[in-house]
Design a protein around this ligand. Sequence first.
Ligand SMILES: Cc1ncc(COP(=O)(O)O)c(C=O)c1O
Length: 437
Amino acid sequence: MNRNNLSYITRSNKAVWHPCTQMKSHETVPPIPIARGEGVWLYDFEGRRYLDAISSWWVNLFGHCHPEINAAVVRQLNKLEHAMLSGLTHEPVILLSERLSEKTGGKLGHCFYGSDGSSATEIALKMSVHYWQNRGKPGKTHFLSLEESYHGETIGALSVTDVNLFREAYGSMMKTNLTVPAPDARRAKQDETDVEVAETAAKALEATLEEHHDILAALIVEPLVQGAAGMVMYSPHYLARAKALCTSYDVHFIADEIAVGFGRTGTFLACEQARVIPDLLCLSKGITGGYLPLSVVLSSDEIYAAFYDNRIGRGFLHSHSYTGNALACAAANAVLDLFEQDNVLEKNKARTVRMNELCRPVRNHPGVRHFRNTGMIWAFEVQSDRPDFSNWFHLEARQRELLLRPIGHSVYFMPPYILEEQHMNHLVNGIMEILSS
Ligand SMILES: Cc1ncc(COP(=O)(O)O)c(C=O)c1O
């Protein structure tokens, strides 16, 4: 068998069990074999291209095969590929930790690394419960999250994720936690502002905290945009209120910025828009520009101090083999370099304005509702009776050189930060064609 030929790759390959996929669906729609990537484009073996409008599950910030990130990884590869982070340390991880901490004004000065978003969630949840135990409050063992929240798919992360499909399959393995109403701006009644919606949700949070704060370790939120819920957007007012309430009820505020950190919402961190510093901050996805798996949880001095002791059992008990991998940290440092050198956040503001102008026909389309935008994330609902709408839309998009994967009836795009006018036109024209078909 010639393992290099295309038919080997394209035939239904059962050796790879794909994520978030009913494998039987590959009988009719096999995965696209990707040969290479360049900028916003992914190319298959027949030269067809796809504009990666969802940044490959929201990780790819500066396009595929970015020359500077490539070079940084290669430079690091020729020095040190990996060294365990227990008993050893290295320059890329120290540099990255200091730079990330600076992004919080030095308020979150301690970086604990994991390998992916879900492991960051696990770390934050464990750290919170262990903190309360070390501080003499062992009864604070439960968590609060928003309705329709998503924080990952390992067991701890699933227990703060509000998705029925997962509950039905894995509920028996999960701990029971509490949920509170989300401040979803789409819920605004006539003449109601997103701030008023947020205030109503904050009042519900207050009631829950008042009743249950004794058993609650932390509230975990996806700041400003609940991604997997279908890019549900909400006012920064909620973050400010939620943080203040958590502080007054002795409950940690965990900001899961795994999807929204690194400039996605327009500021480097989404929490900045509410002038909030969380107790624990989870980052992943864009951290390496979509190159290598890496995640990190930043914590406050107060949390760090609760673990600082002579007894091993009071230290934070968590480790992953690839913690602080040197190649991943080098990619992450290169990503931070790009932010600094290229004035990325300012340029994204101009991109956002232009994209919103170009999107006017989408917003005004009779089948479109709740068109919304935060920073470099756009979403809207499509009214459609088509069975399996999201798969249909995805396949139509493929035919128009676009990679889009709606969540239910919520179509969204979350493109890399290198989008130019011609890419925006390609994207909007493709969407308009699909909406009109
Ligand atoms: C907000 C949020 N938290 C956590 C995760 C889990 O990250 P990972 O898929 O890397 O485990 C995701 C992934 O989409 C996410 O959007």
